[in-house]
Design a protein around this ligand. Structure first.
Ligand code: MF3
Ligand code: CO
Length: 249
């Protein structure tokens, strides 16, 4: 069942989303060569708690950290560690969730350490545009498949592929609610979008093929062909005035 949220609940989700956005800003500022991903995780957890919120991912299905930090061919769910250090030339993906007053916010961003080359710039740009076009389809009366298709088409028209084994999701009192939000699909198919739906849309776009596998740590998802991957995610609410992004500053 899809749980529709009242305007009041959406305000609570906005408060959680704002903390997520601010955590992203803080972590990105500190993500410099030589800094361990564990250090970034500690900063994020401390900030989230200072805002009266709790990290959404910590202990979720046994996940051991506040952030997911994934490099290069790692798609998502990289586990922070003192031995994993930020380096020049890395494509870094950071995913953050925070729960405040009973409601979650969830967002991910990708960025490059150092001066970006044209190839990396294009991957990041296209993935973020795919997210924004997906969000643009998140209006009352459209279908879930309209979001999925917009994302897939944006990525594939540029020669990239979208990961199929991982999906976006409904979000609210729980981090993962119905419906699943795939990053590929057909227009005018799937659930009809209604006022009060809150979803996390999160395209994962690969330079190579779409296949992925999970490392022996049982969390880190990597591309099967070793190609690089980018990830952008926002939590949004479907309102009478269109999609409202809850995880921006
Ligand atoms: N944004 C990701 C998701 O919604 C992060 C989840 S990591 C986990 O699935 F540890 F919480 F699973
Ligand atoms: Co998510």
């Amino acid at each position: 069942m899809i749980e529709l949220k009242s305007p009041h609940e959406i305000e609570l989700m906005r408060a959680a989303g704002k903390i997520v956005a601010e955590t992203h800003k803080l972590v990105k500022e500190e993500a410099k060569p030589g800094v361990s991903t564990l250090r970034l995780d500690e900063l994020a957890e401390e900030y989230i708690r200072s805002q009266g919120a709790v990290p959404s991912f910590l202990n979720y299905s046994g996940y051991p950290a506040t952030l997911c930090i994934s490099f290069d061919d790692q798609v998502v769910h990289g586990i922070p560690s003192k031995n994993r250090v930020i380096k020049e030339g890395q494509l870094v993906k950071i995913d953050v969730g925070a729960k405040k007053d009973g409601y979650h916010g969830d967002a991910a961003r990708s960025f490059y350490i150092g001066e970006m080359d044209e190839r990396t710039e294009r991957l990041l740009r296209v993935t973020e545009i795919a997210l924004m076009r997906g969000i643009g389809q998140a209006v009352i009366g459209n279908f879930l498949g309209d979001i999925s298709f917009a994302i897939q088409k944006t990525a594939e028209d540029e020669g990239y592929s979208v990961v199929r084994d991982l999906v976006g999701h409904g979000i609210g009192k729980r981090l993962h609610e119905e419906p699943q939000v795939p990053n590929y699909g057909n227009p005018r198919t799937g659930v009809k979008l209604k006022e009060g739906m809150t979803i996390a849309i999160e395209p994962m776009v690969n330079e190579g093929g779409w296949a992925v596998r999970v490392l022996d740590d049982e969390w880190t998802v990597v591309t099967a062909d070793g190609s690089r991957s980018a990830h952008f995610e926002h939590t949004i609410a479907i309102t009478r005035n269109g999609a409202r992004i809850l995880t921006k500053i």
